[in-house]
Design a protein around this ligand. Structure first.
Ligand SMILES: O=c1ccn([C@H]2C[C@H](O)[C@@H](COP(=O)(O)OP(=O)(O)OP(=O)(O)O)O2)c(=O)[nH]1
Ligand SMILES: [Mg+2]
Length: 149
């Protein structure tokens, strides 16, 4: 399968950690690890921007999406509240993973723990054209409007 190169820089606190990597041949996302210095405890109801130790230059025409790992979400109630997070192609700061603990148990994030997955996705830009709209059968129906008897 073809791949797109992303220039990446490892920050001092990320040295020694693996770059985000596909766990299997068919994986859509690369698992990214926490570049925390020691153990970091995320209390119930708390959220934090967890460092990845990485800066990257996403190619123009693409974004990197930050998504939760389903195992952490199901087993530990660890969600990405802005999921999917967006890494813009012009962002040059450290990539961080926003995590929230929606369980009732503290969760300990350790250095090198796989905390989220990064997906490279193409971006299609839109341009507005202010104009009258065509009519449709749905019209303004939404939010569960279909299938009602
Ligand atoms: O999960 C995330 C989401 C964003 N970012 C970084 C990269 C992104 O390019 C930048 C801005 O993100 P976004 O546009 O989602 O946030 P904002 O609140 O709109 O901030 P800004 O005004 O800086 O765009 O923050 C991350 O590191 N992790
Ligand atoms: Mg923004």
């Amino acid at each position: 399968m073809s791949s797109v190169e992303i220039a990446v820089e490892v920050l001092p606190h990320g040295l020694g950690l693996p770059l985000p990597a596909y766990a299997t041949e068919g994986a859509a996302g690369m698992d990214a690890v926490a570049a925390v210095e020691g153990d970091f405890v995320l209390m119930p109801g708390a959220r934090a921007a967890v460092p990845t130790g990485l800066r990257m230059a996403v190619p123009a025409g693409y974004e990197v999406q930050v998504r939760a790992r389903s195992g952490l979400a199901l087993n530990a109630g660890l969600i990405v509240p802005n999921g999917p997070g967006t890494i813009d192609s012009d962002y040059r700061g450290e990539v961080k993973v926003i995590l929230a603990n929606i369980s009732d148990t503290p969760f300990t994030i350790t250095r090198g723990m796989r905390i989220a997955q990064l997906l490279l996705a193409p971006v299609t830009r839109a341009a507005w054209r202010v104009a009258p709209l065509d009519d449709t059968a749905r019209g303004a129906g939404g939010f569960g409007s279909t299938g009602r008897t």
